[in-house]
Design a protein around this ligand. Structure first.
Ligand SMILES: [Zn+2]
Length: 277
């Protein structure tokens, strides 16, 4: 037997042997290249039942982030859970533009360690079924290692909770401190509706899909605005046919939370100024 016998040159293209080989290659590629994954969180739920219910009724594992101690927090968390949606505590953290208005559960720079613990416990208790925390506003507070350490201590103390940095400033230290404390954590890639008009929301949704295609997975945050909900109601049912997989925030964190992941170093270009902050 000589090696010549196994040579497959151009003249043999179309041979049964080559077709079998090609089928194996295709199968291998299919296994190695799963559908790009997208996770979406809708923030700022808790004040308004109609929009909140619309979010809960979105198709697929959209995550519902509920503001603590708001009038509808408990009802919406229950509704989300009943609909199979994951729930996050959407914790208000002081932003650079805060002008003294006091949201329920707001943590500010002046908050002491003791006040922090009491406030966090009340906020966490007010949002049933929360599997983790994501930051509301926070462009000032997420830059402060002391307060972020307290936050991660509170999250870690409750076990099995995750954290999503809404990333309203590129100077946020929240993700780093979460990882130092062993809290499973990720950072937001795209804000869908920093500008609320239909065209902008569509552009950011397309950007989320492009990021998912190029990196394998991406996470976006939106708000219960009519423009955002109209787009998601239309586009989410098409994602599977377009080759994407919509996943929950816990699935996303499980896949993404690797301190050495190369993609973490690439997120700077995805940073957007958060006009809702
Ligand atoms: Zn928010």
């Amino acid at each position: 037997m000589t090696s010549k016998r196994f040579f497959i040159g151009p003249a043999r293209i179309g041979s049964p042997l080559l077709c079998v080989a090609a089928a194996f290659v295709c199968a291998a590629v299919a296994v190695a290249d799963p559908a790009p994954k997208i996770a979406i969180i809708i923030d700022d739920l808790g004040y308004e039942m109609t929009a909140g219910r619309r979010v809960v009724n979105l198709p697929g594992p959209i995550t519902c982030a509920v503001l603590p101690s708001t009038p509808r927090a408990r009802d919406l968390a229950h509704a989300a859970h009943a609909a199979g949606k994951e729930v996050l505590l959407h914790l208000p953290l002081q932003s650079e533009s805060d002008k003294g208005e006091k949201e329920p559960g707001l943590i500010v720079l002046d908050t002491t360690r003791e006040e922090f613990a009491t406030s966090f416990a009340a906020s966490f208790e007010s949002v049933p079924f929360a599997i983790g925390v994501n930051s509301h506003r926070g462009s000032l507070l997420t830059r402060h290692p002391g307060h972020m350490q307290w936050l991660m201590d509170e999250i870690a103390a409750r076990g099995k909770l995750l954290f999503v940095d809404s990333y309203t400033t590129h100077r946020s230290v929240a993700l780093r401190l979460a990882r130092e404390k062993g809290v499973p954590a990720v950072r937001r890639d795209v804000f869908l509706d920093s500008n609320r008009d239909e065209q902008s929301v569509r552009r950011e949704f397309d950007r989320l899909k492009r990021l998912a295609r190029s990196r394998g997975l991406a996470i976006g945050i939106g708000h219960p605005y009519p423009e955002t909900l109209a787009l998601l109601e239309k586009e989410l049912p098409r994602l599977t046919d377009e080759g994407f997989e919509l996943i929950s925030v816990s699935e996303y964190v499980a896949l993404k939370d690797r301190p050495s992941a190369a993609t973490d170093r690439l997120t700077v270009h995805a940073f957007q100024v958060d006009t809702v902050d």
